[in-house]
Write a new protein. Structure first.
Length: 164
């Protein structure tokens, strides 16, 4: 199992003074941890979820340099190689890295979500992005209907965005 604290430190080194990106991944990590624990994810998948949440947007830096854009399609394209480099340097095994990279390569693709860690990462990212993007109540409803599947994710979404 990979220690989340080591990965957080490595990502803070990676982002440097980009506090917006650091705060984003810390919030996504927190929600991912909460959703995984709420759904009683097994230890192996919980660790996969938490580490993926920390590094899920690692492709943004390269995407902005290469394409002058942080669009999801570029994050999915550039993120896996960056995550592989970082996680390899921390001693993660290849199968674990492969699973993290798969989720990163798809985390802005909401069709055919095929694992619980992938689903939970998407939900955690949505919970944060809805706030950071100043999304409407209608957008939160749409996300609940089209994206959210876990009981814990739905409960958090309703409490945070749909109680008024």
């Amino acid at each position: 199992m990979m220690n989340s604290g080591k990965v957080i430190e490595a990502m803070i080194d990676y982002y440097g003074t980009d506090l917006r990106r650091i705060n984003h991944f810390l919030k996504v990590f927190s929600f991912a941890k909460t959703i995984g624990e709420g759904e009683r994810l097994d230890d192996k998948n919980q660790n996969l979820l938490e580490i993926t949440a920390i590094v899920h947007d690692i492709g943004i830096k390269v995407s902005e340099e290469k394409y002058n854009s942080s669009a999801g399609v570029y994050q999915e394209l550039e993120g896996p190689a960056q995550a592989e480099k970082l996680l390899s340097s921390l001693g993660c095994d290849n199968d674990f890295i492969k699973n993290v990279c798969y989720i990163i390569a798809h985390h802005h693709t909401y069709k055919n979500i095929d694992t619980l860690p992938y689903q939970m990462l998407v939900e955690a990212d949505f919970l944060v992005n809805l706030f950071e993007d100043g999304a409407s109540i209608k957008a939160a409803h749409t996300a609940m209907e089209k994206v959210f599947k876990t009981g814990t994710g739905i409960k958090l979404l309703k409490k945070m965005y749909l109680q008024f």
